[in-house]
Ligand binder design. Sequence first.
Ligand SMILES: C[S@@+](CC[C@H](N)C(=O)[O-])C[C@H]1O[C@@H](n2cnc3c(N)ncnc32)[C@H](O)[C@@H]1O
Length: 202
Amino acid sequence: MDRLNAVLTEMEAYAEKYNVPIINRESAQLFTKITAEANPKLVLEIGTAIGYSTLLLAANLAPGGKVVTIEQDEERIVMAKHFLTKAGVLEQIEIITGNAGEVVPAVGGKYDLVFIDAAKGQYLDYLRKVMDKLSPGAVIIADNVLFRGWILNNEAPRRFRTIVKRLKAYLDFVTCDPRFKTKVYHIGDGMAVSRYRGETNL
Ligand SMILES: C[S@@+](CC[C@H](N)C(=O)[O-])C[C@H]1O[C@@H](n2cnc3c(N)ncnc32)[C@H](O)[C@@H]1O
């Protein structure tokens, strides 16, 4: 645990210094709680950055579990490997380099937990592409869904309006589609937690 916390602290300092967006502390607490409760065997993370949330996921895997994580920025992947090695969890992690929109359809396996934290305008596209890879009861966590409060107050500057529209479409989908049961937490930048009920268990 000390090793985990030491590496997390080092990652926080690195993220702050080099302006890398990572899950914020408040959201990380809830994220860890939900992940620990899910105790997943197989996790898909979309948006690794330097591996901060990846490490939280790895620390809460079921025995023999694995995290598959996707990132397109090669410099960040180098740092993620560095930190995850230092934390002693790299063996439980598969890092895939590439554009998530292209990579997700090709990943194999049935996922017990999916963490969506890459391009905000693509969340619904990612979810649609991962739907046939969800195990019944899978948990889908999406970060930043309230996007600086603009999702609720409709005051986004013009250049962010497409992202706002698409995040709303994501939230509409996971709250209206009967295959999902969703709760939106107003912490950090907003976190949506959806449970997939499966195709046959409505
Ligand atoms: C918010 S950061 C992820 C933070 C990380 N999940 C954490 O909390 O520690 C988003 C990451 O997604 C990556 N990203 C953005 N668009 C992507 C895409 N289309 N495919 C793959 N990665 C993408 C960015 O390079 C960035 O590192």
